[in-house]
Design a protein around this ligand. Structure first.
Ligand code: IMP
Ligand code: MG
Length: 178
């Protein structure tokens, strides 16, 4: 196990199996719809790369980058660092997130994109922390429900570290207290 990780929450094998299943399900549900997968950077990068290899229908991909202002969970303010550079009117969007926590980020993003009149917007997330939800936003596809603990790996970071771990781990409390 890597330094700073208290325990493995989801193994690489478990992730691989579940991501394949969700990719297959999305392919069935979106048959004939040519969806645009919109990855929310940076946390989505490994999940999206793996998920896309299990999507068997015609589709395209794009990315957005957003950041939360400090104290975001109370204000709900989200900054758009990189927007989509294509017209999405009448298109089916699938937002790809690493983790749905308070829901503030995705709630903002959904409202922000809705103005451009896509045919639909759905959410696929690697992890869902339902206990932490503040904004009314729900995942259409969630690979794993996780407890209220800070998790890292498989794209998720703590201060930009640990994104490279092949599994999802719970961070040791001594890491944040440093
Ligand atoms: P929300 O707006 O509170 O739903 O926050 C979503 C974002 O916060 C995610 O996309 C992650 O970047 C980050 N985040 C929330 N919980 C965790 C965690 O346990 N580990 C790492 N990042 C997290
Ligand atoms: Mg994120």
């Amino acid at each position: 196990m890597h330094k700073g990780i208290e325990r493995v929450l989801i193994t690489a094998d478990e992730i691989e199996e579940k991501v394949a299943e969700v990719g297959k399900k999305i392919s069935e549900d979106y048959e004939g719809k040519k969806p645009i997968f919109v990855g929310v950077l940076k946390g989505c990068f490994i999940f999206m790369a793996d998920l896309m290899r299990h999507v068997s229908i015609p589709c395209t991909m794009d990315f957005m980058s957003v950041s939360s202002y400090s104290g975001t969970s109370s204000t709900g303010a989200v900054k758009i660092n990189k927007d989509l550079n294509q017209d999405i009117e009448g298109r089916h969007l699938i937002l790809v997130e690493d983790i749905l926590d308070s829901g503030v980020t995705l709630n903002y993003l959904k409202t922000y994109l809705q103005v451009r009149k896509p045919a639909s917007i759905s959410i696929v997330t690697l992890m869902d922390k339902p206990a932490r939800r503040k904004a009314p936003v729900y995942a259409d596809y969630a690979c794993f429900d996780v407890p209220d603990a800070f998790v890292v790996g498989y794209g998720l970071d703590y201060n930009e570290r640990y994104r490279n771990l092949p599994y999802i781990g719970i961070l040791s409390p001594e890491v944040y207290s440093k």
